[in-house]
Ligand binder design. Structure first.
Ligand code: ADP
Ligand code: MG
Length: 234
């Protein structure tokens, strides 16, 4: 599928190498990867009107190129159920960020639908000096942070590579369904790995992709947080 490189070109023309969460999600959508509906709100009022449009519950996150780890800085508020909660979350996020990052350039907040719970997984692309683009797959949250339970393959990925990547992590039984949980749609995750492999091959100006987390379901999956980083212009 052809990807419109408009988002990449635009960021580059502005001298930026980090795409915002919203730009990153838009790019993924163009690649055929499902993302949770997300919009930028530059004011408190806008955050409330977008929330009403999406329907509650919603999530608010700081939108700033200077804040990479949003929740560490008090920049993520989950499960907001009323306009009042959204308004308060907006104020709290801006207050927390201006404390932690007094010089941050703040665009506002991203408003998104609260995704239904799923198994949290991550997919990443980074570049190895020797091998070029490499894809990573793992389980999200503490499993990746503490146990480093991840698998890697060099781009371009075959279907077989994608299948092996998903199955070789130690946590794979969690995807197969445990204790009465429904199994996760693994073929959808394999499909995304292939799509990202093709995308990385076609777009060498992309340096890094971080989908963390993806909520995996028995019927598909949704990216809830995404970050795309571009190479420095040469
Ligand atoms: P960061 O990684 O920058 O701290 P995230 O956007 O990943 O921020 O949000 C932190 C956590 O909040 C995620 O790992 C996920 O568990 C949860 N989360 C984020 N967005 C959503 C959403 N739209 N629906 C449900 N849960 C979410
Ligand atoms: Mg994240």
């Amino acid at each position: 599928m052809a990807t419109k490189p408009g988002i990449i070109d635009e960021a580059r023309s502005e001298g930026r190498t980090i795409l915002t969460e919203i730009e990153s999600k838009e790019l993924l959508k163009q690649v055929g990867i499902s993302v949770i509906d997300t919009k930028l709100a530059a004011s408190r009022e806008k955050a409330i009107s977008i929330s009403k449009q999406f329907g509650f519950p919603v999530v608010l996150k700081i939108a700033s190129p200077d804040v990479v780890h949003k929740s560490d800085a008090g920049g993520v508020k989950l499960g907001l159920r009323t306009s009042k909660q959204v308004g308060k979350a907006y104020d709290d996020i801006l207050a927390a960020i201006s404390q932690e990052y007094p010089r941050a350039m703040i665009q506002g907040v991203s408003v998104q639908k609260m995704a239904r719970p799923g198994v949290e997984v991550i997919i990443g692309m980074s570049k190895d000096a020797q091998f070029g683009p490499v894809l990573m797959f793992g389980l999200g949250g503490i499993l990746v942070e503490i146990l480093k339970d991840v698998s890697f393959r060099i781009v371009p990925l075959t279907k077989r590579d994608a299948g092996e990547m998903v199955r070789e992590i130690k946590g794979y039984p969690l995807l197969e369904g445990y204790r009465g949980q429904q199994p996760v749609d693994v073929s959808n995750l394999e499909d995304w790995l292939i799509k990202l492999s093709e995308f990385s091959e076609r777009n060498p100006e992309v340096r890094e992709i971080d989908l963390n987390p993806i909520f995996a379901y028995s019927d598909g999956a949704l990216v809830v947080d995404a970050r795309v980083i571009l190479e420095e212009p040469s």
